[in-house]
Design a protein around this ligand. Structure first.
Ligand code: A2P
Length: 257
């Protein structure tokens, strides 16, 4: 048995000159938990060329979805950005990752903090009805340099608000907070600063950060994760894992240089 499924690309959407997403068929044997990642990629000169990608689709969906950067000289993304409907991608059989609901101890408010393509695992998690069962409020924060980079997230949330099943869940529980650092926008600033200053919670008409009730998942660049980890640890939050659930869990967003 091959280590990979060979899946067909069903559609590709280009959001900016550095961001795109695509959907592909999903083998019925491919199981994952919402928030997890798998190795995916292309066969190049007869060899698999793979990188870790979070599934942006939820595990109840028939198709797979991924959200990716494009790097012009990136070994994989320089090629992956050219895929078209009907092309074949490779999907590793084993999904893994720490951004799963069971790695957190029970709480009331879930903060999903992402920058760039770090949004992908949360695109999956906000399509999981179980997450809405576990929490009273889910705050989805997506930080980018430019407004145009928010488009995938804006579109995702808008579609879910129109969805028959998820519409009511989102309007009751989901607070979406896109923020931009390098040009004018209604929400401005880095996620770290927005939490430290309490601006995030004030803007959302929410109570301040509280270790008793807040649980946190974060996904972004190593620098953003390091700063957030420190911010939460100084406030008494403990990192969780599969063996020992905690107050927060962390995963690096996929990067290719
Ligand atoms: P900034 O524009 O101030 O650098 P990147 O594309 O570099 O990964 O950045 C994506 C978003 O993450 C940007 O808005 C960027 O803000 C922000 N960011 C970068 N580093 C950090 C950090 N250490 N803590 C919080 N946010 C960060």
């Amino acid at each position: 048995m091959s280590a990979f499924y060979r899946e067909k690309v069903l559609s590709v959407q280009h959001w900016t000159d550095t961001l795109f997403s695509f959907r592909a068929t999903r083998d019925s044997g491919f199981r994952f938990q919402n928030g997890q990642f798998a190795m995916i990629g292309l066969e190049v000169e007869g060899r698999p060329l793979l990188r870790a990608y979070s599934m942006a689709s939820a595990n109840h969906e028939e198709e797979l979805e991924f959200f990716s950067i494009k790097v012009q000289d990136g070994p994989l993304t320089s090629k992956l950005q050219k895929i078209r409907e009907g092309d074949t991608i490779l999907v590793g059989r084993k999904a893994t990752g720490t951004l799963i609901a069971d790695n957190l101890i029970p709480g009331r408010r879930l903060l999903l903090l992402s920058t760039g393509t770090g949004l992908a695992p949360f695109a999956s998690l906000i399509k999981d009805p179980d997450v809405y069962d576990r929490y009273d409020t889910i705050v989805l924060v997506h930080g980018c340099r430019q407004v145009s980079e928010l488009a995938y997230g804006e579109d995702l949330v808008a579609k879910l608000r129109d969805d028959e099943l998820f519409g009511p869940l989102l309007s009751e529980k989901l607070l979406y907070y896109p923020t931009v650092t390098r040009e004018p926008f209604r929400n401005r600033g880095r996620i770290t600063d927005l939490i430290t200053s309490n601006q995030l919670f004030t803007d959302l008409h929410q109570g301040p950060l509280d270790v008793e009730t807040d649980r946190v998942m974060m996904c972004g660049s190593p620098a953003m994760l390091e700063d957030l980890k420190q911010l939460f640890e100084t406030r008494g939050f403990k990192e969780g894992s599969g063996n020992a659930p905690g107050h927060f869990v962390i995963e690096k967003a996929f990067v290719e240089r």
